[in-house]
Design a protein. Structure first.
Length: 234
């Protein structure tokens, strides 16, 4: 069984900011984060297509493909509406800043592979990797194409913000650094408010995980879920 031992593919954000003598744009403290029960799909979901991710200010890292997970894919997809909002987010950043994407749409087979690896070892609390639920009313968020795992870049350097992608520890909590003033705290604030400004919600236990149109997004924003499970046309 695979373990989550792939390299970060990022550099520590605080280290890079110091090296480049960059000032991180200031943003308010993170608000209280809630983790509601995701709403089931009760209406006909959107038929917005999946679109392969391509944007000049978004770096695609493809962590699972690089690490050799069996059911990973070499391409990266999002719903058209979600990709448009990701474009709004990155275009709102100052010059030299951008985004990098670890993962986006995820097939159910990869979801099952990741879930088995994560929860095949005792002690990991629930919430980090969604079960590979095949019920179309309750799909895992990545299967909908409305979820993107991402971080910031500066001068095309992908940044780890005080904890790496798929670091399933307390350090991964989105607000884990709020009591630790420093560049990585400020970088997490920048990422959070940038994505929130484009309509995304964050998963409370993973600073990199953002959703739009999903069941969790609906529960947090008071809307109906937009997206059910989907697969690329290509």
């Amino acid at each position: 069984m695979r373990r989550f031992d792939e390299p970060w593919l990022t550099r520590d954000g605080a280290e890079v900011v110091a090296e480049l003598a960059i000032e991180v744009p200031e943003h308010p403290a993170l608000p209280a984060l809630i983790e509601p029960d995701p709403l089931p799909l009760v209406r006909h979901p959107s038929d917005a297509p999946l679109v392969e991710l391509a944007h000049p200010r978004v770096m695609v890292l493809g962590n699972y493909q690089a690490a050799g997970w069996e059911h990973s894919r070499p391409d990266t997809w999002l719903r058209a509406e979600t990709l448009e909002r990701l474009g709004h987010a990155v275009d709102s950043l100052p010059d030299r800043w951008g985004l990098c994407v670890f993962d986006a749409w995820r097939p159910l087979e990869l979801q099952a592979e990741l879930h088995a690896a994560a929860y095949g070892h005792p002690g990991l609390p629930p919430g980090f990797v969604s079960p590979p639920d095949p019920d179309p009313r309750t799909p895992p968020p990545h299967l909908t194409g409305g979820t993107v795992d991402c971080s910031l870049t500066i001068d095309d350097i992908p940044l780890g913000l005080g904890a790496g992608f798929d670091d399933f520890t307390d350090r991964a909590r989105t607000d884990a650094l709020e009591a630790e003033p420093g560049p990585n705290r400020d970088l997490r604030r920048l990422l959070f408010w940038t994505m929130r400004g484009a309509g995304f919600v964050v998963l409370d236990c993973e600073w990199w995980h953002f959703e739009y149109g999903t069941r969790r997004w609906a529960a947090i924003t008071g809307n109906d879920p937009l997206f059910g499970p989907t697969i690329p046309d290509a």
